[in-house]
Design a protein around this ligand. Structure first.
Ligand code: GBH
Length: 483
């Protein structure tokens, strides 16, 4: 493959963190091995296989439980500074409760961490990437307030066992999507608790994050010297008509409902005022006995405010919003009163229909975060592209090129304090409800092969080149068989 990258002079800072990410349920397999307990994803795929697009599951996935050394080698050869992976809670404690620990599960992550450190790759641990132990779900899962204490105790075990070597922690990956799994049957536990469950689960996730953060700060930080944050996901919203004050206000409101929901409590304390106002009003209209947006106590506000050592976020795509519906088919968010659409010039046939490349959306988002939260250190903890799995993945290369370029512009022209960029994902893996139909890897995994053979794609060579040079303005000759 030969790809011309737009010529430009900007360079990534020397200490810029480049890396790649995975998540336990999506890659590990070994779902019931060595004492691991059942989690909500095991439960969902086993009780309702028909809900997964292609009927696949994560029983074996990439078999990384056995092949982690190969994965680390692939990360090494890619030249990344860090590898972001998640820990399977039910591998550490089968029921999720910390009175019974699973030594083999704890040992697995010790081996993985040591392997990374031996190869000079910084481990970044996500504590929770969507795989709640089923026992805790049977207790109600994230809509039960006690879950924040179970999470804190789980975090304590991780700090104790791994904190001597792990200096970067993400408590929770994408609380927004976790809440959707409770409210709108999008993911496990596949419940339809609607907006009440939406706001309640999010509330408890935020408190859980706050408790884990404070625990680290009070008990571990002075000796372990690490950093800790929460990975906040979300689309970025732009006004459909950039000249319309209505649309501008609507886009701002949409961004507060999508991103401010989790960021405002951490950076400013409490929910965004616009959410409080709109949801309280709507609750009243609907006659619920109290607002379905729960209220933090003063202590909880203090617990959560300031609970991030850097701003971690996952970002993939952008939408236009308007207050007035233009298209009757457009998605309408009734809580926040906005209609969603897509710019015609963006239209692209993506295997993942939601993943419309809008590189400038990332740049606008970085500027938005900078202005809204006083330019915190911003760490892109996921960005990547899904396709059908071909090795000559030019669409992925052009997607990453666009988003990396947008990042460079934000750093050099907009003074955004961006410190890291993470490609999702190192490997093709189990893409939740889409099964293995959509592939995100820089490395192909052959799921028909019991060995789960791994083969680097063109994008692997592309990203390696960016990491090695810090540049985008080079003619890149990629021989993906030869990387
Ligand atoms: C991330 O979520 C996850 O952290 C990761 O595990 C996953 O593999 C990766 O992205 C790729 O998907 O709401 O109709 O627009 C990304 C956020 C949000 C993407 C919900 C899919 C569903 C389609 N996800 N979205 S829609």
């Amino acid at each position: 493959i030969i790809s011309h990258v737009n010529s430009m002079d900007y360079k990534f800072p020397n200490d810029f963190m480049f890396g790649t990410a995975t998540a336990a349920y999506q890659i590990e397999g070994g779902w019931n091995e060595d004492g691991k307990g059942e989690n909500i994803w095991d439960h969902l795929v086993h009780t309702h296989p028909e809900l997964i697009n292609d009927g696949s599951n994560g029983n074996i996935a990439c078999d990384s439980y056995h092949k982690y050394k190969e994965d680390v080698e692939l990360a090494k050869n890619l030249n990344v500074k860090f590898y972001r992976f998640s820990i399977s809670w039910a591998r550490i404690a089968p029921s999720g409760v910390m009175n019974v620990l699973n030594e083999k599960g704890i040992a697995y992550y010790n081996s993985l961490i040591n392997e990374l450190i031996n190869k000079n790759i910084t481990p970044i641990i996500t504590m929770y990437h969507w795989d709640l132990p089923q026992y805790l779900q049977d207790l109600g899962g994230w809509v039960n307030p006690i879950m924040s204490d179970y999470f804190k105790e789980y975090a304590r075990v991780l700090f104790i066992h791994y904190g001597d070597r792990v200096k970067w922690w993400i408590t929770i990956n994408e609380p927004l999507q976790i809440s959707r799994g409770y409210a709108f049957s999008t993911y496990a536990p596949y419940l339809s608790l609607n907006n009440t469950g939406y706001y309640l689960s999010a509330h408890i996730l935020l408190i859980a994050h706050g408790k884990a953060y404070r625990l680290y700060k009070e008990m571990f930080k002075s000796t372990q010297q690490g950093k800790i944050s929460i990975s906040i996901s979300g689309l970025f919203f732009l006004p459909k008509n950039a000249e319309s004050l209505d649309d501008i206000n609507t886009a701002e409101r949409a961004n507060q409902f999508e991103r401010g929901w989790f960021s405002h409590p951490v950076y400013k304390g409490d929910y965004p005022p616009i959410m409080r106002q709109w949801i309280d009003k709507k609750s009243k209209e609907e006659g619920t006995p109290w607002s379905i947006l729960p209220t933090f106590t003063e202590d909880e506000i203090k617990l959560i405010k300031g609970a991030a050592d850097f701003y971690a976020f996952n970002h993939y795509s952008t939408r236009l919003v308007t207050q007035q519906s233009g298209d009757p088919n457009s998605y309408y968010n009734s809580n926040a009163g906005y209609y969603v659409s897509v710019d015609k010039s963006w239209s692209k046939s993506c295997v993942a229909s939601w993943l419309i490349p809008v590189p400038d959306g990332l740049r606008q988002l970085l500027i938005w975060i900078k202005n809204e939260y006083s330019n915190p250190p911003m760490f892109i903890t996921e960005n990547g592209y899904g396709d059908s799995g071909q090795l000559d993945d030019l669409d992925r290369i052009s997607y990453l090129q666009g988003y990396l370029n947008a990042t460079l512009h934000a750093i050099h022209e907009d003074n955004c304090n961006v410190i890291g960029f993470t490609v999702w994902s190192l490997l093709d893996n189990f893409e939740w409800m889409d099964g293995i139909r959509i592939r995100f890897g820089l490395v192909k995994v052959d799921f028909n092969d019991p060995n789960r053979t791994r083969t680097p794609k063109g994008s692997y060579a592309f990203f390696k080149n960016v990491i090695l040079s810090g540049l985008m303005n080079v003619l890149i000759c990629i021989l993906y068989n030869d990387v």
